[in-house]
Design a protein around this ligand. Structure first.
Ligand code: NAD
Length: 306
């Protein structure tokens, strides 16, 4: 008997996150056709059972759902609106889910234009990083119509453990950007505490353990604290991606006339980090800014990636 819960998926964008999410869809029994501008990324997924597409249109042909996991708004705009893009190639009645982190405004415009062509769109950005992607443990924030969410659910379940339908088109991106605001400002607070504790001569590992046991506990302190204290800048969510997200946060805030002083300040500090060559380091490299400001160098000083 055919398993009707399994479907055909076109997956576009096979980078740090997308390749893991695509692999989890394959492991869940879905048939994947994959596309990326980087041919080696396609080859990696073909080695794991996917079919290769030579274009966006080929990835969108004869599938139940098209998923994108692309860097930023212009990339998604190009894949949807460009020549041979999804607006032209997904048939009426089709379903498109963008899991990238992009502008909420642009998302609403894309969803409206796709709806005019009879194509349902969901925004479904994720939190959880490469590890969450690898372990199919992402938190997925979904914006769009109920019916489309129900259709997408079996596919989203293959990639994440928490699937939250938070509103209409653009709401997923809005919630994700608020998530990034909290992560950025929280990391800044952790940097300040570590810089002060270090200057006062306390044991930073012990201080982190104490903070984790009380009301200052956070995901950032738990997951990134050890790397900050040990001076490991290499892995994790890149400074460049955080700066992209904070730009989107501040654009959204400006369009709503909402002042975000803490987000503005930490954005300046991330820009400082990037100007000093740390753009491709994990965002725990924000601590390097505090090393410079405080004139301190310790075991917590982070190496700058080439
Ligand atoms: P990435 O840069 O590693 O991967 C993006 C992929 O898209 C690349 O393989 C690139 O070749 C491909 N691509 C770019 N333009 C394309 C086009 N026009 N057509 C087809 N393919 C194209 O990025 P990532 O780290 O996988 O992040 C993807 C998205 O997920 C971003 O919006 C990011 O903010 C978000 N995100 C990332 C993380 C993380 O920890 N890396 C966590 C949560 C959310």
């Amino acid at each position: 008997m055919t398993d009707t819960t399994k479907g055909r998926v076109g997956f576009i964008g096979l980078g740090t996150m997308g390749r893991e999410m695509a692999r989890n869809l394959i492991e869940a029994g879905h048939a994947l056709t994959v596309y990326d501008v980087d041919a080696s990324a396609i080859a990696g997924l073909v080695g794991q059972g996917a079919s290769a597409a030579g274009s966006v249109g080929e990835a969108a042909a004869d599938v139940n759902i098209v998923i994108t996991m692309l860097p930023d708004t212009p990339h998604v705009e190009e894949v949807v609106r460009g020549s041979g893009g999804l607006l032209q190639t997904i048939p009426r009645g089709g379903l498109f889910v963008d899991m990238s982190t992009i502008s909420a405004d642009a998302t609403r415009r894309l969803a409206a234009d796709l709806a005019s062509a009879g194509i349902a769109m969901l925004d479904a950005p994720v939190s959880g990083g490469p590890l969450g992607a690898r372990n199919a443990a992402l938190s997925i924030m979904v914006g769009g119509e109920d019916e489309a969410v129900a259709r997408a659910h079996p596919y989203l379940e293959a990639m994440g453990t928490t699937i939250s339908h938070v509103g209409i088109a653009g709401a997923g991106q809005t919630v994700k950007l608020c998530n990034q605001l909290v992560c950025g400002v929280n990391l800044q607070a952790i940097c300040e505490a570590l810089a002060l504790g270090r200057a006062c001569g306390v044991d930073l590992d012990q201080m982190r353990n104490v903070l984790l046991g009380g009301s200052a506990s956070s995901w950032m302190l738990d997951k990134l604290g050890p790397a900050m204290i040990a001076g490991d800048a290499s892995a994790g969510f890149r400074i460049d991606l955080m700066l992209k997200d904070l730009r989107l946060v501040l654009e959204m805030a400006q369009s709503q006339a909402v002042p975000l002083p803490a987000t503005s300040l930490v954005t300046t500090q991330y820009l400082d980090a990037r100007a000093h060559g740390e753009g491709s380091n994990g965002n725990q490299a924000l601590f390097k800014v505090y090393d410079r400001m405080s004139g301190q160098r310790s075991g917590a000083v982070l190496d700058v990636a080439p």
